[in-house]
Design a protein around this ligand. Sequence first.
Ligand code: ADP
Ligand code: MG
Length: 222
Amino acid sequence: MLEMRDIRKAYATPQGPLPVLDGVDLSLAAGASLALMGESGSGKSTLLHLAAGLDTADSGEITLDGQRLSTASEPARAALRRTRLGLVFQQFHLVPSLSVADNLTLQARLAGRETPDWSQELLTRLGLAEMADRYPEQLSGGQQQRLAIGRALAGRPALLLADEPTGNLDEASAETVLTLLLELVRDSGCALLMVTHSARVASRLERRLTLSHGRLLAEEAR
Ligand code: ADP
Ligand code: MG
């Protein structure tokens, strides 16, 4: 599903180049789940952005669902993101002017999918069926993130990329949201790459890798 080979990435800063990824290899099979751990600033978000084609590596190859990102045009990468990827971030990134139901189906519609039945079922599973006509600001943080997860999955992506999806939530809602995310991912059969700095959260995924000094440390399988 996702292959990264010898990925290097440095950011240009006023103090000179800041190397972040220094030869990262990663592969994730279809339907598999992987937790990406590491200290703050270790490059987890950078790696996720590269996997999503939101930024480009300095060198190395990334293949997403059979397509090489480095040689794909920006429109082709955008199309791949729309149709094959779901993205969830720490910030919920909902559209404030759209209702809950419209936020949920927005990405699916952009992906060219008709989803009336599935979206109703999804709203129910998210615990948001009664709130379909409300607006994001009328929801709690946990509800907003459930909606963001539902939106990411509504288009039936092959891979969900999640960057600390429970990082903005209190412990109780983080637990609920994480459990729901893992259930929905499992039932949809999509692969999951999730950034977390919580070992406890990571332990609920099949595989764990840790970024340190620009490299991925050997993994511990479940
Ligand atoms: P993490 O998600 O593990 O906390 P990031 O990938 O966000 O780490 O950042 C890795 C390093 O790169 C940090 O030192 C961060 O300050 C730096 N960094 C991230 N994005 C940029 C950018 N756009 N320009 C310059 N430096 C950046
Ligand atoms: Mg980050």
